[in-house]
Each structure stands twice: as C-alpha cells, then as structure tokens.
Design a protein around this ligand. Structure first.
Ligand code: B1N
Length: 813
C-alpha cells in the first residue's frame, strides 16, 4: 500500500485515517451517518434514498482521495512518463458501485445499510448514469481508464464535461422519442471543481507574421474550466484522474446592456460560451459536420494540451524531453487538431524550429482509428477550418509539405480537394496508428491508409479492444463471479487469463450445475424486472437472445427482426414442431437524424406488438425492445443472456466490445466474421460459436453481382414471405406502406447484404435452437466461453498500448 498516505492530515485524526486507508471497511457506517448529517444536512429519520446515496458516495470518496494523492506523489517522485488519453467521449455509467467494488467495500456497505434498515440495492440504483458517450468508443475509453488505474500506469483522461449526455429514449406508438438527459441536475459527488486550472481558448481572428514566427490573434474566446474525477483501480492500489472541461464566458455578463433593460442580451455571452460544453453529439459512426462540433473538438484538445505542457514545465526544463515523458493518445480523429495545435505551441509560442516541433509532436502523439465507414471519417472544409482556426490551416499545409519532402512518392495529403482529411492528418502526426481488432487493422492497411502504410510500414499496429473484468464480470454478475472465485480463487479479477483454469472444472458436475444455476437465477431476475418495470411476461426457461448496441444499418438489427418474422410465420404454420422457446431482446438508440435507423426501431416495436399478442406462437416466441439502453441496462442484460447477436456486415464493425462482455458472461455468439468476433471465435472454439454469413472479401464481391438482393429473395421462400408480410402491413395494418423504405431498400440496393446473408443466418439460428435443447451441452459451451475469454480484458489491451505505443511503465507495488 502507498506510504505516506496521510502525511498532510491533522495528527489527531491521523491514526484513524491510517487505519481507514489500509482497511477501508472500518467505520463505514459511522462515516455514512456523519456525511449524512454534516454534508447532506439530513437527519436519518428524514433521509431519502437520494440523501443516503450522496452520504454513501461521500464516505466512499473519502477513501479514494488518500490513494489518489499518493498516486500523484509517486508519479512526481519517480519522474514517471504520463499517459494522456484524449477522447470526445467517456461513457462511464454509474461510479458508486464501481468504486465500492474496487475498494472491496461491498460487504461492509451492505452490512451498514442492513443495520440502518435501508435498501442498499436501491441506494446504488438511485445514481444516474453518466452517459458522456454514444457507444463502444466512449465505453472503451471508460474501460481503459479503469484498467490504467488497476495497472498503476500514471494517466489522465481528458474530455468534455457535457451538461447533457446522450439523450433519453422512450417510445411513443413504437417510435423513438428523444428527451434531454440531465445527469448534472443532481449533485455530482465524484467531481472536484478546479477553478485554478482555467485556460482561455480562442477561435477565429487573424494571423500576424512577427519575424520568422506567427502570432494568432483570435477574435473570440472562452474559458475552459477543469473538473476532476478520481478513477480508482482494483483494490484501490492506484487512482488516476479524469479531467473534463467545461466552457464558460470570459466576460460572463454585459452590465451595460443589463442596465438598459435588455436582460436576455446581457446574459447572451455566457449562454453562447456554454453551448460548447452543452451537449454530446448523438452520433455513432456518422459525421455531424457542424461548426459547433469542430469548436468542441478544438476546445477540449487545446485546453488539454495547455494543461499537459503546464504540468510538464513544472517538472522539466527541456522541452525536448516531451516524447520521453508524455504520451498522448488520440481516441479517433475527434482530437486530431492536437497535431497542428501542439506544433503551434512548440513553434509559434516556444520558438522551436518547425521541423523539430513536428518531430517532437509526432514522438508524443499516437492515434487510434475506430472505423472505416466513409461517412464517419472526419473531413472539414478548408473554409470552415480557415475561419475558425486560421493558424492551424497554414500549419496543416506546412505539415503536408514537410511530409511530402520526407516522402517524395507520397500521393495523398491531409489537405486535398478543399477539405482537411483528419485521418490523414492524424496518421502523419502520429508515431503509431492502431486499429482495434486484427481484421480491422488489416483492412486499415489495405483500404483507407493504403498509401500511408506503404510509406510507413511500421507505423500501423493492432491493439484488439478489451473490457474491464471488474465492471463486466465481478460487479455486474455476482453469482458467476462467486462461482469462479470459489473454483479458482480471486486472482482472475486482475489477471483474467486465469479463467482458463476453469476448464478442468468442467468435468465436475457440481461446478457445471453451479454455472447453469447462476445463469438461470440471472434470467429469473431479469424476467422479474421486465414484468415489474415493463409489464412484459417472459419465461426464464426460454433462450434469451439479445442484441444491444446502437441502431445502425451495418449492425443489421433488421436482419434479426426479419428472422423473428420468419420464425413467427413458421411456428404459426407448424405450432407443434417442438420449437425451442425464445425471447428476442433488443436495446439501442438511433441518432436522432438517422431516419432509416429510427424506422428499424419502429418496425421492431410493431413486430413485437403483433407477435406477442399471438396466442399460437406466444409460448414459443416473444420480442422485446427495452427503451433507453445504457451502461446500467447492459449490466443487467448481459449476465442473463444465452445468445449474443453480433451480426454486422463483415468488414464494417471495427471491433465491437459488447461481443466480449457476452462471451465473458457465458453467452454463445451468433455472428459473422467481423471485428473482434473473429478473435473471439478463435479463442472460444468454433464449436462454441454459431458462425454464419459472408466474409469481408465475399461481401465486396457480392456487391458486384447484379440484383444480388432480388436473387437472394427469389431463392428463399422464408425471406420472401417475411418481406411480404411487412410490405402488406401485417405489422402496421393502419398504415400499410409504413415500412416501404425498408422493404424497397432490402429488395433493391441492400448495401449491407441483409438478404444475401439471411438464409445462412436462419440456418445458424436453427443450429442454436438444436444446441439449446440439449441443456447440458449448452451449459458446457457457455462455460467454455467464460473460461476462454480471459484474453479480452482491457488490462491486456492497455499493457499492449503501454509496450508498443506509449513506452510507459507501471508504478503499482
Ligand atoms: O468504436 C468501438 C468499436 O468496438 C466499434 O466497432 C466501433 O463502431 C466504435 C463518430 C464513432 N467507431 N467510430 C465511432 C463514435 C462517435 C462518433 O461521433 C464515430 N465509434 C466506433 C471501440 O473501438
């Protein structure tokens, strides 16, 4: 445990704090009551769940702070290299249970609340999700932060403190309705405001040449104010910081206008400045192309770089040490402006030669690509970029010129056709570029970065994504975790490959029964929750078949619902064929402007209404779309899943991380050879994975076949009948052509090859049915999925980044 834990505290209290640091459960109940009285200001008699939650959070937070200070001190003492993870999104979800798990306070907290007569589970559930992200990219950033702390790698996450995270989703008449999410309305216990860490960030204006250097004189400016959240790792051995920036006006209030009675105009500067950190763009793999988005990107990137250099300056006096002491990871291209901005700081503001500034920046920066979808590859018009960031525009031109000088055979440039290509820019400004699964990395080399890869064959590396086992097994699935710990001890929690030691236990009937019982109990819990909260009655004996992720054509939720329709029709035609009962569960949000994805949501809801009301099929098939899918709902669903739907068009899903969470929790995957599915299948064994569909290469060839969709439909009566039912209004009798867009698309261009993959998907689903009927064999396959998923820990991924990209070490004792 870190020494000098509480050197700075008043001596009278020292002994208690010492004790608490080593044994955090000591005095927890007293601390909760103290916090309730003196921080929340409530008498236990009148405390609400909210009050108890705030009191508990403060009691837990106290126990993190000592470790947090100790970690920072250690980093300074050792002169260690720091890692900075710049990300537009951090989808952290709830923090209280995470902190309690990592400090191992669960039993003490449960006991304390039992003694107090308060429902502990309800206290935990009272916390709103911090939904500062859209999906996989943001959740990955959150898993990485937790792993960095568990490993003890000195690191900071940098992002935006959005006032409103991802919208809240509800359904009206089956349609998605978006409402603003208001996570900050309640007191956010975990953050510390840092008014002293404030930077002025400029936009627009002119560039003035001053001798060899240029001076940028922006016309508009806002303040970036820091808020820090400690992120504690497993067993509280280390804590890092998530620093989020909030925008505020430089001149918050126009008194002259106010005195003239124009109150709205008087408050306008503040409102305008604050819009920068007002809302998260609700995009996942689509490009919004909005000026405000570019402002957000520059705002948080510039503030983070200033902060990083300030911290560097406080320790070192030679800027040439920057790459040795600082590693900055760009989470996709959203912070790509870091390249030119860092060059500007080094060249314009610190007087380094341009070429040296570029070399130092490149040694410090690295870039992760998360998607190859053309619509998600960020490009900004030169007009917009030149207006908002005139100096950066010139620097990008010079970076291109330098790179062309270094590489005379180079074809493309970051600045081309009136646009700035942020992927190209990130590539040339990074010493390493990584993909997020083996397949994705190979496709990067062969497609979007083909030319640059030829020039720099050592720059692209792979780091397959991972998930934190603390949240995604230990805390979300207590039954399975307890079973695992009983079987192999608890070292698996931060050494997930230990799960392999479960394999020999598969010949032990007691263990296998325990595994099946844990899954069953999780399914009963989920059924009860769906009955109470959503008025849905499902049979926990049925197979729970789950697809939870953003709604996107390439993820093909419509393939899944087409199969449900075909199955429904087939059961109706032949109700006594001994069907394996199924509950198809969907969850996910569509970007508000993504019309087709919203149609898919409505179709699923319409199908659910019709199918669930059919007395003939209802013992065998239910369809459920749970609203407002978020991290907390994932934690509830994944432990209860039997079948994990990972059915994207091959070549389109960069990695996926939900796929890993399901396998880890003992669900079998039905999936294509896409993203990390490929690696999951390799590890869990092909006999424990339901594979279907075309490969990435076959997908490309299939598109060249004229009328590929029509041909697939003509060859498959089931598909034809399912499409016909939609077209004839079986699920929208009052508006028969409601789904014309979908059926026309599927029968026509069908770019994502839903029809071409349908027959093979159907076959794989029936194989899953047959496998599920043999429950002993199924349990064995499920347990093998858990036992062989150890490699998918984000600890492994982070160690890969530390070794291959950051050259950073761990300070954990
Ligand atoms: O990043 C995840 C991957 O597991 C997923 O396969 C991938 O789809 C996801 C623009 C994105 N790629 N690109 C985004 C998010 C927000 C935005 O505004 C693009 N998300 C992914 C983690 O590697």
């Amino acid at each position: 445990f870190p020494d000098k834990v509480c050197g700075i505290y008043v001596t009278a209290n020292n002994r208690n704090i010492m004790l608490r640091a080593q044994m955090p459960h000591i005095g927890l109940r007293e601390d909760i009551l103290r916090q309730l009285a003196y921080v929340v200001g409530k008498d236990p008699e009148h405390a609400t769940l909210y009050d108890w939650r705030i009191a508990l959070s403060h009691a837990v937070r106290e126990r993190i702070v000592d470790r947090w200070f100790a970690s920072t001190r250690r980093t300074y003492e050792e002169g260690a290299k720091r890692v900075y993870y710049l990300s537009m999104e951090f989808l952290i979800g709830r923090l209280l249970e995470d902190a309690i798990t990592n400090l191992r306070l669960d039993e003490a907290a449960e006991l304390a609340f039992r003694e107090l007569g308060i429902d502990y589970a309800a206290v935990l559930l009272d916390e709103p999700d911090a939904a500062l992200g859209n999906g996989g990219l943001g959740r990955l950033a959150a898993c990485f932060l937790e792993s960095l702390s568990t490993i003890g790698c000195p690191a900071y996450g940098y992002g935006i403190r959005y006032e409103h995270g991802l919208f809240r989703q509800s359904f009206e008449d089956g349609r998605q309705v978006e409402a603003p999410e208001t996570w900050l309305l309640q007191h956010h216990v975990w953050e510390f405001e840092r008014p002293e860490a404030m930077f002025q960030i400029g936009f627009g204006g002119e560039v003035r040449e001053a001798g060899a250097r240029a001076v940028w004189e922006p016309t508009e400016a806002v303040f970036a104010e820091a808020y820090d959240t400690p992120i504690v790792g497993w067993q509280g051995r280390w804590a890092n910081t998530l620093r989020l920036w909030s925008a505020r006006a430089v001149d918050p209030f126009d008194l002259e206008r106010f005195n003239l009675g124009d109150y709205v105009a008087a408050a306008a500067p503040e409102a305008l400045a604050r819009t920068i950190s007002r809302v998260l763009y609700p995009d996942d793999t689509t490009e919004p192309g909005k000026e405000l988005r570019l402002k957000q990107e520059f705002f948080f990137t510039a503030a983070s770089l200033r902060d990083i250099l300030r911290r560097f300056d406080s320790e070192y006096d030679d800027i040439r040490k920057l790459p040795a002491k600082v590693a900055i990871q760009l989470n996709d291209t959203h912070p790509a402006i870091a390249g030119p901005e860092l060059v500007r700081l080094l060249h314009d503001e610190r007087g380094l030669e341009f070429d040296e500034a570029v070399a130092l920046a490149r040694g410090t920066l690295s870039y992760t690509n998360h998607t190859l979808l053309p619509e998600a590859l960020e490009k900004w018009s030169e007009g917009l970029m030149g207006r908002l960031l005139p100096r950066h525009m010139t620097l990008i031109e010079r970076i291109d010129a330098l790179h062309a000088r270094e590489n005379p055979t180079r074809k493309a440039a970051a600045r081309a056709n009136g646009q700035v290509n942020m992927g190209e820019l990130s590539f040339v400004m990074a010493h390493k570029v990584n993909g997020v699964s083996a397949l994705h990395t190979e496709l990067m080399k062969a497609t979007v970065f083909e030319d640059l890869h030829q020039l720099h064959p050592d720059r692209i590396v792979n780091q397959t994504n991972g998930v934190t086992p603390r949240r995604w097994l230990l805390s979300c699935n207590p039954r399975l975790s307890a079973l695992v710990t009983e079987a192999i001890g608890e070292d698996w929690v931060d050494d997930l490959e230990q799960l392999a030691r479960l394999e020999p236990r598969l010949s032990d009937a007691g263990f296998v029964e325990g595994f099946a019982a844990a899954k069953r109990a999780n399914k009963v819990d989920l059924s009860n929750w769906m009955a109470q909260g959503h008025d849905l009655l499902v049979d926990p004996e049925a197979m729970f078949d789950v697809q939870i992720k953003r709604i996107h054509e390439y993820k093909r939720q419509h393939l899944n619902i087409l199969e449900a329709i075909a199955l429904w029709q087939e059961i109706r035609a032949n109700p006594d064929a001994g069907w394996a009962p199924r509950v198809k569960i969907f969850g996910g949000k569509a970007a508000p402007g993504y019309v087709f994805a919203k149609k898919i949501i409505r179709l699923i809801n319409d199908v659910a209404r019709v199918v669930n009301a059919d007395p003939v099929t209802s013992p065998h098939l239910k369809v459920v779309f749970l609203p407002n899918y978020n991290v907390s709902l994932a934690e509830r669903l994944i432990p209860a899943a039997d079948l994990s739907e990972q059915i994207s068009t091959a070549g389109k899903e960069a990695s996926g991380t939900g796929n890993m969470k399901f396998a880890l929790n003992g669900a079998l995957t039905i999936g294509t050879l896409d993203g990390a599915n490929v690696e999951i299948r390799e590890r869990v064994g092909e006999e424990n994975f339901f594979l279907f569909g075309m490969t990435a290469d076959e997908v490309v060839n299939r598109r060249d076949i004229a009328n590929h969709a029509a041909k697939a439909i003509a060859a498959d009566t089931r598909l034809e009948l399912a499409l016909k039912a939609i077209r004839e209004g079986a699920f929208s009798p009052k508006e028969r052509d409601r789904y014309r867009d979908i059926t026309d698309n599927l029968a026509g261009p069908d770019y994502f090859l839903v029809c071409s993959d349908f027959a093979d998907y159907w076959r794989a689903q029936r194989e899953a049915d047959a496998a599920y009927r043999d429950s002993a064999a199924w349990t064995r396959k499920a347990a093998l999925n858990t036992a062989r998923s150890g490699w998918f820990s984000s600890d492994r991924t982070i160690r890969g980044y530390m070794g291959e990209i950051w050259n950073a070490g761990s300070l954990n004792p």
